[in-house]
Ligand binder design. Structure first.
Ligand code: ADP
Length: 292
């Protein structure tokens, strides 16, 4: 294990890269996967590995999501080099272009705001996507719908509520309240065209590259209300003010968007209940009560 990688992963990666891996170093692990910097005679690469059975599928979906974002030519996205395939007899992995970290340049946030607005201007006929993907390690369902509210309930909120249900996280009263909330959604949510969104836009999912420019990583893409990205960006304290100012100038949000932030954060809070446990249940209840 000269590379420090499991032998079968090293072999598969070298096949994909067409070069020998000389060394590998741990880099700040994400929430879910083991991350490495690969040193090869052909340069540096980024590798994520995961031994979970669904990891091949996860990385294949992540690769497709990154490619879809890259096609928009809006914000920088690491190039996908390759990934493990379902049925491979080893752990799942994804190889990406390695992004060298640099100090954020003075216009980092304004470029980011402008780039996200440009991404959100990419439209689609339907909400959803042609394939299901993942948010963290959880399945994210993207069956296509014409109607945003139906999509948000059936593809976003309900699957997470049902998953939490398998661990008895919610009471009968909670379920009654969810149903009441679903009935109210048509009064609260405006009609918006399906926009290409990153889908998991928190501060752990962007980098600053060697030029100090923003780079998006780890997406959970789909065509959805763009307010989902804005809501996620604000879940843990929010991004810089300049980001929102520039975004708003480039592509103003519909009036009343502030009032809908909690409602869109509800999806991400439910994901947190399922990934990290019960501590987030009170936050879920607070949001639901707010809208009843
Ligand atoms: P996870 O899916 O486990 O959350 P991430 O994709 O967020 O993993 O990656 C984990 C960490 O690795 C990130 O926080 C970041 O510091 C680093 N990283 C991710 N992608 C790259 C890349 N292409 N180049 C360099 N570093 C990266």
């Amino acid at each position: 294990m000269a590379s420090g990688l499991p032998e079968n992963v090293r072999k598969s990666c070298e096949m994909l890269l067409g070069t020998t891996i000389e060394a590998s170093f741990h880099v700040g692990d994400g929430d879910i996967n083991e991350a490495r910097r690969l040193e090869t005679s052909g340069g540096r690469f980024f590798l994520k590995m995961n031994a979970a059975p669904q990891a091949h599928e996860m990385f294949a979906a992540e690769a497709k999501g990154l490619a879809l974002l890259a096609k928009s030519h809006t914000l920088r996205i690491p190039k996908v080099i390759g990934h493990s395939e379902p049925g491979d007899n080893n752990r799942g992995f994804l190889i990406l272009e390695f992004i060298e970290a640099g100090h954020r340049r003075a216009d980092f946030w304004s470029r980011f705001g402008e780039g996200l607005a440009a991404l959100h201007r990419i439209r689609n006929k339907y909400f959803g996507l042609e394939y299901h993907n993942f948010i963290g390690s959880l399945s994210q369902f993207n069956k296509q719908h014409n109607n945003w509210i139906t999509f948000y309930i059936e593809e976003r909120l309900l699957p997470q509520i049902q998953l939490a249900e398998t661990q008895n996280q919610f009471s009968t009263k909670d379920h009654e309240n969810f149903d009441l909330l679903f009935k109210k959604l048509p009064q609260i949510l405006p009609d918006e065209p399906p926009a290409l969104i990153h889908g998991d836009l928190w501060s752990g999912n962007f980098l600053s590259d060697e030029q100090g420019a923003p780079v998006l990583i780890d997406p959970a893409v789909c065509f959805a209300s763009r307010e989902m990205d804005i809501a996620m960006s604000k879940l843990f304290g929010g991004f810089d003010r300049e980001f929102y100012q520039v975004y708003q100038a480039a592509y103003p949000l519909l009036p009343g968007w502030e009032e809908r932030i909690d409602l869109y954060q509800l999806y991400y809070l439910l994901v947190h209940v399922n990934l990290f446990g019960g501590g987030y249940i009170q936050s879920v209840r607070q949001v639901v009560r707010r809208y009843l």
